[in-house]
Design a protein. Sequence first.
Length: 201
Amino acid sequence: MTKKKDIKERREEQIYKAALKVFSKDGYYKADMDLIAQKAKIGKGTVYRYFESKKNLFISLVEWGLNQLKDEILTSIEGIDDVIERINTALEVYFNFYKNHKGFYRILIYEKYNFMDEIARKFKEKYFAHLHIIENVFQTGIEKGIFKNIDTRSTAIALIGMTDALLFKWLFENKSSCFDDELAALKEIFFNGILVKKEKD
């Protein structure tokens, strides 16, 4: 990495962290670029030198956060051959990432349905970008005869949706929860269902 590129990335990260605080507190539409510059401890002109508009900054922030999530998932499942363990590990990383980045999760939950046209398409594209990792694991499981012949994308979305519901509960209640127990319950429901299996006569 060149020194110039390193400086650029560090400056962008500085702006992202400041923008995250403002967007998560005030929302996209009320967020003020002057306040973002103030929290980043730089001039507003510098912010616009890196991001041409508030919309551009917001989409870049979403991409930056989701790329971190994707990298963490890929790193965590590298070298794991067992497909169930791969899914469990990816799920735990996904869950803990948002638990540890509450502000970023708040942005995704509160803002992802508020956009129209170009920004909506970009937002949804970035939000669902990591799903292919879990889809690929499900596909491998199907090929190995571990899973039924299911629609992998719909199944991945269902799994993430269940996880998001738990995360939203935590965010909405704004109090500590026993995440390990709740995540264990989610896995049990997803993999084994809720019906009691009756023995055949």
